[in-house]
Design a binder for this molecule. Structure first.
Ligand code: ADP
Ligand code: ZN
Ligand code: ZN
Length: 846
């Protein structure tokens, strides 16, 4: 510890791997020799703790010169500032500070979201400079263009060209004079074809494109057919994303309205939020693309988020097609070096557009001119790990700072989002006259009670006349700040009509003696589709632990009276349990509604569907996509690719199959047990059911023939089913918002969750009870604090869990209550034996 010389530079830093107790800002002096590198956002190595162990740190700010003659505290000295340029900017550090406060995480939990992976090694030492590549073997070994062959021990080039005659196809490739390659099986032929068509590419992408393992290429290399290369990380060729749609479409009238609106908001240059509500196939992507073009023409940068990149290869190829190298794609298949390379391309401005899943919201743009969130209602935008952020909140924060536009798209907006958009639109009717006139044909009357979110002026509890944005149109309103807009696209961009939806009452099927999984209507439709050479998709959402109890006689579902969510059946105890309040009840022997004995737990898996299809139509081939078949890397893409290539007639799967895929040959979609969606034990279950049914229905009839959808249910009158059948979001919303208000769920009340977990169940329970007692003692007005219970998943990776649920109308006050819980946890030193996880309005209550 050197005593600071008078006037020495002092910096504030955050320390990596600090527990929340130690997660403060620490002050250090900077020695002369490092002064030039000491800037905000730079990496520093500092001595920490009693033993002065060196720790990674990040400079959060420069405090200035230490006052001379006032050595109140003796500060330690920074040991090193290794990089010549800082990793983060002022805006990043402000965002981290915001996240730290909002999500109760440490500095580095937040900062790590923004830092490139491997940042500890500095920005210049981008880990591997090269990526392993592969291409067809050139005659005579080593390649052209100065690419050095990847050193391969024990795989000499050229071996195996002599010898046996080729089997199967003998492709005419480059570099094969002097012998025909030995291709021993279909996998090798596919691998060969990919290299022949696309030339050199990274090994990883080649394997993906050929749908084979890396080992196949190793065999090819051993046999002298292919050779490995080293590709400079910044010159990765042959992307697997095909490029499509380079030319913009002539917008439909609805698209034109939405695009015009987005452009005007961008031109306005101040923060704005726009909800693009377009039915499946209405062409939302084209709106995004043209909005991004406009942002580019303004010299501004964009972020585009999609729910899951492996499920949206078509989206990626359209972006690559339109914007080429200006798009940096962040996806899970990238190696560390590749990821860093994308990060640097965005950071340097070479790629003004970043495309990726949730974490791409942290792409290192200097300023975000436009942030697009496609399928904004998807739960994958909410992080379920520390920090528990929602991508839309981060995007909003970034856009607010740079006067950017946040564009949220969905066919089925989340109830909260739609509620807010509608409240904005209602708050200033006529803000933009011409557009406003097209808004809200049905003029539905909706009671507006409580906090409508975002500080909208309320017009009393007796209900106000609000135009519900209905078919086709756009509205814009400006209730002070922020600027908000709503655009609706009610028609498909292509000539295809929305599919016809048929709802089958499974109670009737049972009466008619059909105990199978398929109703006669679905069986018939399936047979017909197969006879016509079309493809079909069958959706069944089975989630292991969440079985519910259903009466097959009348459709009754055992439900908790207080929470209005279905009970879960717990086979170990043979009892019903409410996952919200912890209430437990015996398993009924007969249905309390109709007295039928046919009441039991419900839930059959996707595997059974697969078997049933095989029984019904022995000649048809089935692919299955669920958690069990997609554990392998790239397995999503492989299954979807195989189905698109018509290698199977039927795709059976969970909600994974419902996302934005475009399969022109699919004419039939069956939702097998819609009840399993309706009654999943979450307050968001009806919303998710409606979203999922709408989404999956949107998969049917994207090609030339009109699609058909069959929904099987024991509750044909449920509002979600009725609304999905009619493609009527407004009808769904009116029912759902009323239910949310009655039961005190968001957007009316917010739910805060604190989970204490640890090895010792009893101690965790005690800790949770003591935290609960403190909350009660604080007597916060308007706060409801339910007593701690074991959540449905009571044990995760050996850690026992206890959960306390808080509710409040006001999100900020709820936040304050949770903060006091966090502080108490820290004061009581509960860290010693437990962890605390805190979340607001969680997507999952399990
Ligand atoms: P969404 O995301 O709204 O479900 P997409 O963006 O996937 O819809 O578009 C659906 C289909 O319509 C795509 O095949 C797309 O190529 C096509 N499309 C979009 N806009 C137009 C347009 N203006 N003219 C013709 N076809 C269009
Ligand atoms: Zn019954
Ligand atoms: Zn309950």
């Amino acid at each position: 510890m050197t005593p600071p010389s008078s006037g020495a530079l002092v910096v504030r830093v955050a320390i990596d791997n600090a527990t929340s107790t130690f997660d403060r800002e620490y002050h250090y002096t900077v020695p002369e020799r490092l002064a030039a590198r000491a800037c905000l956002g730079a990496r520093a190595i500092v001595p920490f703790g009693a033993r002065d162990a060196p720790r990674d740190a990040l400079i959060l700010g420069i405090v200035g010169g230490q006052e001379g003659g006032q050595p109140a505290v003796r500060l330690k000295e920074v040991a090193d500032i290794p990089d010549s340029s800082p990793l983060l900017r002022q805006a990043d550090i402000e965002l981290a500070a915001y996240m730290r406060g909002r999500y109760f995480c440490t500095w580095f939990d937040a900062l790590r979201c923004m830092l490139p992976k491997g940042w500890e090694r500095g920005p210049d030492s981008s880990s591997p400079d090269t990526v392993r590549g592969v291409r067809l073997a050139a005659p005579g070994g080593a390649g052209d263009g100065g690419i050095t062959p990847f050193p391969e021990v024990g795989a000499p080039q050229g071996r195996g060209l002599e010898g046996k005659s080729p089997e199967g196809c003998a492709p005419q490739g480059r570099g094969l004079e002097g012998g025909t390659p030995k291709l021993q099986n279909e996998q090798q032929r596919r691998a060969y074809r990919v290299l022949d068509e696309r030339g050199e590419m990274t090994l990883r992408e080649a394997a993906l494109a050929a749908e084979v393992g890396v080992g196949v290429f190793e065999t090819l290399a051993r046999n002298g057919v292919a050779e490995f290369t080293a590709i400079a990380a910044d010159k990765i060729p042959g992307e697997i994303w095909a490029r499509s749609g380079a030319e913009p479409f002539e917008p439909t009238p609805e698209q034109a309205l939405a695009i015009g609106q987005a452009r005007r908001l961008l031109d306005g240059g101040r923060y704005a939020e726009m909800l693009l509500h377009g039915v499946t196939g209405s062409g939302k992507t084209e709106v995004y693309l043209q909005a991004i073009s406009h942002a580019l023409s303004q010299g501004r940068q964009s972020i585009v988020l999609v729910p899951e990149i492996s499920l949206t290869p078509q989206m990626v190829s359209r972006f690559r097609g339109r914007f080429g190298e200006r798009v940096a794609v962040f996806h899970s298949r990238l190696s560390l070096g590749e990821r860093k390379d994308q990060w640097l391309r965005v950071r340097s401005g070479a790629a003004p557009i970043a495309l990726g899943a949730r974490s791409a919201v942290f792409a290192p743009h200097a300023e975000v001119g436009l942030a697009v969130i496609d399928e904004e209602h998807e739960s994958s935008y909410k992080s379920e790990m520390t920090p528990r952020y929602h991508a839309a909140d981060i995007a909003r924060r970034r856009c607010e700072r740079s006067g950017g536009l946040l564009l949220l798209g969905s066919a089925t907006p989340s109830v909260e989002r739609y509620w807010n958009a509608r409240a904005y639109a209602a708050a200033q009717p006529g803000a933009v006259g011409a557009e406003r006139t097209q808004l809200g044909a049905d003029g539905a009357r909706i009671a507006q009670l409580g906090a409508g979110g975002a500080g909208i002026a309320q017009s009393g509890a007796d209900g106000v006349e609000i135009a519900l944005p209905g078919a086709g149109g756009a509205g814009i309103a400006q209730p002070g700040a922020p600027l908000a807009a709503y655009a609706s696209m009610a028609r498909r961009a292509t000539p295809q009509a929305l599919p016809e939806v048929q709802v089958v009452d499974m109670r009737e099927e049972l009466k008619a003696g059909n105990r199978g999984m398929f109703s006669s209507a679905l069986a018939q439709a399936l047979t017909q589709a197969m006879a016509e050479g079309k493809q079909a998709m069958l959706l069944l959402n089975r989630r292991g632990y969440a079985t519910f109890v259903l009466c097959r006689g009348c459709g009754y579902i055992a439900t908790c009276r207080d929470c209005s969510v279905s009970y879960s059946y717990h086979s170990d105890a043979g009892r019903l349990l409410c996952h919200y309040c912890g209430m437990s009840a015996p398993m009924p022997a007969a249905c309390p509604m109709c007295g039928s004995g046919a009441i039991r737990q419900f839930g059959a898996g996707t595997e059974r569907v697969e078997a049933e299809v095989a029984r019904l139509l022995p000649s048809c081939s089935v692919l299955r996509m669920d958690r069990d078949t997609t554990s392998g890397k790239d397995s999503h893409a492989k299954i979807l690719g195989a189905f698109r290539d018509k290698k199977a007639d039927v795709l059976v799967g969970t909600q994974m199959i419902a996302k934005g895929h475009d399969f022109p040959n699919v004419t039939l979609v069956g939702a097998l047990a819609a009840d399993a969606l309706l009654n999943f034990n979450e307050y968001r279950a009806p919303e998710r059911a409606f979203q999922l049914l709408t989404q999956v229905a949107g998969r049917a009839g994207r090609g030339d023939s009109r699609g058909r959808v069959v929904i099987q249910t024991y509750n044909p009158d449920h509002y979600c089913i009725v609304a999905a059948k009619a493609h009527d979001y407004g009808a769904f919303f009116r029912q759902e918002i009323a239910a949310r208000r009655d039961l005190g769920y968001p957007p009316f009340r917010h739910i805060g969750v604190a989970v204490v977990s640890g090895n010792d169940d009893a101690r965790c329970g005690e800790a949770a009870k003591s935290l609960h007692a403190c909350v009660i003692r604080d007597r916060r007005p308007g706060l409801a604090a339910l007593a701690p219970t074991r959540p449905p998943i009571a044990k995760v990776r050996g850690k026992h869990r206890w959960r306390m649920v808080l509710k409040h109308d006001d999100e900020l006050l709820l936040h304050a209550a949770l903060r006091s819980v966090v502080e108490r946890f820290s004061e009581e030193k509960m860290h010693a034996y437990a962890d605390l996880g805190v979340d607001i309005d969680p997507f999952s209550m399990s």
